[in-house]
Design a protein around this ligand. Structure first.
Ligand code: ATP
Ligand code: MG
Length: 393
């Protein structure tokens, strides 16, 4: 029945140039993400965004994609009808039956942007309401002017007359690509893909960095990260670059030269140094991680203080205020959870000390690191790293 989607964008606070940039980016992302559906067009006209389907059978597929696009506040499947009162009555009646097949209360609302139409809005609403009442089988539909279950909206514009009643929530946030760039530390766990999703929700694009400890972690651990990036790429609509950093030598050096209980602290300090280097080379302004306060030994505030101390670049942690359950819920909804729980070793779990220090001190960490040639280790490690671009499926 529907061949047209009305797209409302959020962030109403945006003004002037920012608003134009926002809308252009959103339209671009929509075209990018919908291009795989034959004949679908995105139009930006009349101060609104529209998705035109080539055929009504494409509705479900289109909706599934559109609902993932950040920057969209809500979506209404719309019917376009002729500019006559009779056509509006019939379209509104069909719409109501479609939206509330079981029956319920309704109210017709009319917006007359095209003042050349000879009746005013309340009059049109009344006429349409009366038409619906004459068709109403066994009081199935009840008019309710104050608290209706459904509004049937009729918009009369110079470009056409549009009827709709569904308002489906969009992904909200900002269009991906309008807020700069970050580096996402992507492990194979549950949290960091969620952090990546949250980064994109606020319009940030990212390149991912994964630390692997080949041969202690295998092909399957690497595949897991690639599969996670593929899922995340669906929300971006284009490829995501994943840097695979060969980290084994650094882990070995720390293991051999530093006290075991500081292993995780020192490993994470090295990770941050490397990601900051990559970020600066790739014009990224921030690092994103899936860290949360209090989950594990490396996520106490003392640990974060000592680990974060090695970098100047801001480190953003979108999961910081969430419980594991809340993070898991998002992971399930966005499609990363099933991949994250595949049972493959992560580089951190392999070298996990039996009793990691929970409240490390900065002075001790710096002292222990004197046993390492940090610059040389980082250079070696970066030389053995590679990058691949992963595309949405
Ligand atoms: P996650 O579920 O994201 O793995 P976690 O709760 O297991 O997080 P940690 O293992 O301490 O916590 O990791 C904290 C954060 O450090 C991760 O969210 C991720 O951003 C980063 N990180 C950890 N291991 C790696 C890795 N092998 N490669 C890249 N980043 C990593
Ligand atoms: Mg982890």
């Amino acid at each position: 029945m529907y061949k047209l989607l009305l797209i409302r964008y959020g962030e109403l606070g945006l003004k002037g140039k920012n608003k134009i940039k926002f809308i252009e980016k959103l339209a671009h992302n929509m075209r990018q993400m919908l291009k795989k559906i034959e004949g679908v067009k995105v139009r930006h006209t009349w101060g609104r965004l529209w998705v035109e389907l080539a055929d009504a059978s494409q509705l479900d597929e289109c909706m599934a994609i559109v609902r993932k696009i950040f920057g969209i506040y809500s979506i209404s499947p719309v019917v376009e009808c002729e500019r006559t009162l009779d056509a509006m009555k019939e379209a509104a009646w069909q719409e109501l039956q479609h939206a509330l097949p079981e029956g319920g209360s309704f109210k017709v609302r009319t917006k007359r942007a095209d003042k050349s139409f000879p009746m005013d809005s309340p009059e049109i609403s009344r006429e349409i309401g009366a038409y619906i009442l004459t068709h109403m089988p066994e009081n199935k539909y009840i008019p309710d002017m104050h608290n209706p279950q459904r509004y049937v909206d009729v918009e009369i514009r110079t470009e056409g007359v549009f009827v709709y009643s569904q308002v489906i929530p969009g992904a909200k946030g900002l269009p991906v690509g309008c807020s700069g760039k970050g580096m996402l530390m992507l492990s194979g766990g549950i949290d960091s893909p969620v952090a990546g999703y949250m980064a994109m929700k606020r319009g940030v694009v990212f390149e991912a960095v994964h630390f692997e400890s080949f041969p202690f972690t295998g092909e399957q651990a690497k595949q897991k990260v690639i599969d996670l990036a593929k899922v995340l790429a669906q929300y971006k609509g284009s490829g995501i670059k994943v840097h695979m950093v060969h980290f084994t030598d650094i882990q070995k050096a720390i293991r051999m030269n530093c006290p075991e209980e500081y292993g995780i602290t020192l490993i994470r300090r090295m990770m941050f140094r490397i990601v900051e280097k990559l970020a600066l080379g790739r014009q990224a302004q921030v690092i994103y991680t899936g860290e949360c306060v209090g989950q594990v030994a490396s996520q106490t505030l003392d640990s974060m203080f000592v680990i974060n101390n090695v970098v100047k670049i801001p480190v953003l942690r979108p999961c910081v205020g969430m419980d594991k359950e809340e993070i898991t819920e998002i992971a399930q909804r966005i499609g990363t959870y099933e991949i994250s729980i595949r049972p493959f070793e992560d580089c951190c779990t392999i070298f996990l000390p039996e009793y990691p220090v929970i409240h490390p001190s900065l002075r001790a960490a710096e002292e222990y690191e004197k046993a390492l040639d940090i610059e040389a280790l980082i250079q070696d490690c970066l030389q053995q790293s590679s990058a691949i671009t992963v595309y949405p499926e």
